[in-house]
Write a new protein. Structure first.
Length: 415
């Protein structure tokens, strides 16, 4: 077998592109293999095609947003964090804008600008790109990478292989992701994949009937054993349940708890997040005195859209109740319902509705200083295939770029 390449990279999403750039920059003969007809991975659809590639959060908060394993990316961010990324984009004449003081986008609002800022210079420096080509198997010998086998049987030799195949979320219909199969071939443990950045599929028919309604802000609270989190943001009612930032950003934890400890999982939502339980009590008391003849659902539309107010009253068994008819012993339970409306998950979101995959290559078996496998010499991982997923807001693309850059740059201990 001829040693054709020093480095072969599987997948041309943000992780693979950054890996390709730093690999050729380090002078290594590099092949980037992409099974789709065009390079870019999920970049073209990210941020509705506008690509929210990073955010302004300080590094500690950025990492904490990925949960308790966030510090895994310390070295990747040190080498190619937000500042280095912004510098790189500016050098490549890609101006950036910040939306809502938080989210970075290319000023052109074109995801292709982010792709080209890595791909063009990599090609100029000798990167070889093969699209429409799938890596089917790894070629392993004595615990080290020897090369890869393409679908169709062609063998390619390499010293170093970087797996940047992304996850199983939102794949085009009829396609399957085999990145995890390659991980299994290498003998790595996989945290079972689950949907992340996904809508919440709810059992409550009443809420589903509000499909199309949206709220600028709501807070979803989740408790499951010693896990607790709050997710604040926009909320969108759908035919299946809830979407919008507040729902998407807690879906990862919600679905993992739903899979592992459904009996302990409690999810509630406050549809008017600036109102506390006492505020709701005071509000109910006030309408009892000031608007006694009004139906509760009409009075509550001062706080919520009319249809939601009606649904909340129905859930409290108060559909046709006037303000003056609200009994003393009903006031507090109803205020509790308003401040913490219970949500009942019906099922896992299908992967094709999720924007990201949680789970993937076990972090314990990957060296965070290089992204190299601790089990197979010459094998590296980057991006979403790793068991580290952030919320919406530029977290996942920044992590893919940072981890990809580090994986491409790191020397191979098998050399
Ligand atoms: C609709 C949508 C919107 C999003 N918006 C944002 C956003 O605005 N900001 C943000 O930070 N994140 C966003 N994300 C998430 C983000 O896009 C991903 O986390 C990120 O693209 C992961 O990068 P990656 O390089 O690891 O994988 P991917 O981008 O998934 O790329 C993997 C590539 O590997 C290729 N591949 C897989 N297996 C093989 C194989 N065996 N052989 C050859 N090629 C292979 C695939 O075809 C694919 O091109 C969004 C995701 C979706 C779906």
């Amino acid at each position: 077998m001829i040693k054709n390449y020093h480095t072969i990279i599987c997948g041309s999403g943000p992780a693979g592109l950054a890996a390709a750039f730093s690999s050729v920059h380090a002078g290594r003969r590099t092949l980037l293999v992409e099974k789709a007809p065009f390079p870019g991975g999920k970049l073209p659809v990210s941020g509705s095609g506008k690509c929210n590639f990073s955010n302004t959060l300080p590094e500690e908060l950025f990492m904490a947003s990925f949960g308790r394993n966030g510090r895994f990316m310390t070295e990747a961010l040190r080498l190619f964090g937000r500042e280095q990324l912004l510098e790189h984009l500016s050098r490549r004449k890609v101006p950036q804008i910040i939306v809502d003081d938080l989210y970075y986008f290319p000023a052109s609002l074109k995801a292709s600008d982010i792709r080209d800022a890595f791909l063009t210079p990599a090609l100029e420096q000798g990167l070889i790109l093969k699209t429409g080509t799938e890596i089917a198997h790894l070629d392993l010998e004595n615990g080290r990478i020897r090369g890869v086998v393409l679908t169709g049987g062609t063998r390619l030799a390499c010293e170093k292989f970087i797996l940047c195949s992304g996850g199983t979320a939102m794949l085009p219909r009829g396609t399957a992701a085999n990145g995890l199969a390659l991980v299994r071939e290498a003998g790595h443990k996989i945290t079972p994949p689950l949907p992340a950045m996904a809508p919440l599929f709810l059992a409550q028919e009443g809420l589903k009937q509000l499909a199309g309604l949206s709220l600028p802000e709501a807070v979803i609270s989740l408790v499951c054993g010693n896990i607790s989190l709050q997710s604040r943001g926009t909320l969108l009612f759908t035919h299946d349940g809830l979407s919008g930032m507040a729902a998407l950003n807690c879906s990862d934890t919600a679905y993992r708890c739903f899979e592992n400890k459904p009996e302990k999982l409690k999810i509630t939502v406050n549809f008017a997040p600036d109102m506390t339980f006492s505020d709701y009590c005071a509000f109910l008391e006030q309408i009892r005195k000031q608007e006694p003849e009004k139906l509760l659902k009409t009075a509550l539309s001062a706080l919520f859209p009319r249809a939601l107010a009606a649904e909340l009253c129905a859930a409290g068994g108060l559909t046709e109740t006037k303000a003056k008819e609200l009994k003393n012993n009903q006031k507090e339970p109803f205020a509790k319902l308003l401040s913490a409306f219970p949500l009942v998950l019906e099922k896992l979101s299908p992967m094709e509705k999720a924007m990201a995959m949680s789970g993937g290559v076990s972090l314990k078996e990957t060296d965070p200083c290089t992204m190299q496998s601790r089990l197979v010499k010459g094998l590296f991982f980057a991006g979403e295939i790793l068991d580290l997923t952030g919320p919406c807001g530029g977290f996942n693309i920044q992590f893919a770029l940072s981890s990809g850059y580090l994986a491409g740059f790191s020397p191979n201990t098998a050399e």
